[in-house]
Design a protein around this ligand. Structure first.
Ligand code: HSE
Length: 298
């Protein structure tokens, strides 16, 4: 009665889809062990790799697990162990991975009574604790894999999108911590009609590109005229890195979630490696420490 699982890191927003688009990465994620326990309720017995609260009500995985647990009538509980490989505040869905992993694992142990949409709703409560806002664009791809669209928040409806075979993501994480709560606070609450038109055109175009394997269209739609101009200053040398990465053949570049990580999409692994090299060179020349990952999107 236990399960060991990998819960992936994710890139939210994908430039044009603030709070609605996201994708899962295959090369980095949290590992978790979830067990049924005699004691009722949810307990977190171990967290390896990061200094995070172990009390279930203060931990994103614990809060998500409790949300699911409330729906059950059982005389046992669940014990969670978390092996954190994703740094909190890195912009690749650290809290989402733990929250999604907890509810996914519990659902498996229970015989899958809950639908993927219901799991997203439970996991979003972990996001509420982490960032003050229950956004679903990281937990949805962590649970569904590949690309996801939060078509609606009320009622919640997540759609898993198509994913072209040769799409790769390169994600670079400058070694600073940026809390989602802080990088959301700076965003103006309203957007102009003109910016809205730009974004919904690109969201539609990106989805069309994913379904028709149109790599150029996918890249052309990775544009953000809303959050990027407001958040770029929080990320070391963002525009310089972006400029060099586009020159080295990436389809498009954007801020990963609320930053500070930056992502690029490429067609094929070879170009991904070249893009990774460019990112490394830019940050090495400036003297910024970083982690870098190449992932196949799936
Ligand atoms: N959509 C969220 C934001 C993602 O941009 O604030 C946070 O990872």
């Amino acid at each position: 009665d236990q399960i060991k699982l990998f819960s992936p890191a994710t890139v939210a927003n994908l430039a044009c889809g603030f709070d609605v688009l996201g994708m899962a990465l295959d090369s980095v994620g949290d590992e978790m062990i979830i067990k049924k326990s005699k004691n009722k309720g949810i307990s977190i017995s171990k967290i390896v790799g990061q200094d995070l609260p172990i009390e279930a009500t203060k931990n994103v995985a614990g809060v998500a697990a409790l949300e699911l647990y409330k729906e059950l009538e059982v005389d046992y509980g669940f014990e969670i162990q978390i092996f954190k490989n994703i740094k909190p505040g890195s912009g690749i869905g650290s809290s989402a991975a733990s929250a999604a992993g907890a509810v996914w694992g519990m659902n498996e142990l229970l015989g899958k009574p809950f639908s993927p949409n219901e799991l997203v709703a439970f996991a979003m409560e972990g996001e509420r604790l982490a960032s003050g806002n229950a956004h679903a664009d990281n937990v949805a791809p962590a649970l569904f894999g590949g690309f996801t669209l939060v078509r609606s928040y009320k009622p919640l409806e997540v759609i898993k999108l198509a994913c072209p075979e040769e799409l790769y993501a390169v994600v670079i994480h400058p070694q600073i911590e940026l809390k989602t709560a802080d990088s959301r606070k700076i965003l103006k609450p309203t957007i102009s009609l003109r910016d809205g038109v730009t974004h919904w055109g690109n969201v539609g175009g990106l989805v069309a590109g994913l379904y028709t394997n149109n790599y150029k269209l996918i890249g052309d739609c990775l544009k953000d005229v809303i959050a990027e101009p407001q958040r770029a200053d929080l990320i070391p040398h963002y525009y310089e890195l972006k400029h060099q990465v586009i020159k080295s053949g990436a389809l498009g570049v954007g801020i990963s979630g609320s930053g500070p990580s930056i992502f690029a999409l490429t067609k094929g692994k070879k170009i991904a490696k070249g893009v990774a090299k460019t990112m490394q060179t830019v940050y090495q020349n400036i003297g910024v420490d970083f982690d870098i990952h190449i992932s196949k999107v799936n």
